[in-house]
Design a protein around this ligand. Sequence first.
Ligand SMILES: [Zn+2]
Ligand SMILES: [Zn+2]
Length: 410
Amino acid sequence: MPLTECPECGLLQRHPPPPPSGQIECSRCGAVLHRDRPDSLNRTLALTLAGLLLFSIANSFPFIAFNLHGNITHTTLLTGVINLYSSGQWGIAAVVLFTSVLAPGLQLILLLTVLIPLAFDRMPCWLPKLFRLVRTLAPWGMMDVFMLGILVSVVKLADMASIVPGASLFAFAVLIFVLAAAHAALDPDLVWSRVPMPRLHRATVRSGDAHLTCDRCELVIPLIAVRHLGTHRHCPRCDSTLHRRKPDSLQRTWALLLAAILCYIPSNLLPIMTLTSFGRTQSDTILSGVSFLLTHGMWPLALIVFIASVVVPLLKILFLILLLLSVQFRWNQWHPRERTWLYRLIETAGRWSMVDVYVVTILVALVQVGHIAHVEAEAGAVFFCAVVVLTMLAAFAFDPRLIWDRYHGQ
Ligand SMILES: [Zn+2]
Ligand SMILES: [Zn+2]
């Protein structure tokens, strides 16, 4: 039975393998430690191959066409990025390019590069480093959020023109499910267990023994073996730098959070885009975008956008402040399990705030009909994009194990 350190509360524990289709949860904070994924390697490989095929279709064919009184604009996935870049909004262009095309594409290519040698029982020396990168990229691939952005954009434009879906939109929609299935099928424990380890690092660690745990591959290394790693202390399995806790976690989280708060105010006050149509100019803020959906009877979509764009960033900032204060002022016994749950929520829900950035990108791509109608991204969108990225980075910088470090049981 391998020893696992819970990545969320730091408790060292030993469990039997998970039951068929079941999972093992941390006995202290409830985090999922291991999950049974039958035939993981073959299923992930098949889904990754299907994903790569769909990804190339999604990027090679027309995405959506915009038909305004016979003036048709054809767009590809990259049109919005190119238009944003050429109008000087390179910051948003870079974030959208990375999260909607580069991160998912790179992830698929790297995953295939890792899985093929594993399927043939090979373990090249570069494999652990590449797999580490796959895991780092995972939260930045946001195709599902992009799809929600398409839905909102189509509703916004329904009054003005007709929208014609292209071949690549269908490939994109299927790709979202294939990517989600590939992630669900992938068993990181299985990949890491194939990496050969020097005998010294396989030494058993008992609960209570001094040890270090790798943040990336979750290898538990006894302190005696850590001493042999030299001053640099790189993980013998995945080569990432070893720390007891994320370095300068509180300071880095505070800094990123303060920057996010500074951007949050202008992101809500300034317009995020301007639509010029038949000589009439209309600027939209985040809230006026929500009220537009409401007045058009699209209240479920209005609710989703309101939660994703207004509630989630605000709650994320408030909850992170609460977590930081609770660690800094040592509220050690104050609901640590609930605080860990709050952290988990912040980490997973944050990416959905990107939806309004995608709506701006899609509208900038579609509504470019010369003098008749065009959409431009405004300063509010830049600040809003910064809020989403900064709060995501702040959540990654926070180490939830700090919540439990001075906890003394019930
Ligand atoms: Zn735990
Ligand atoms: Zn490692």
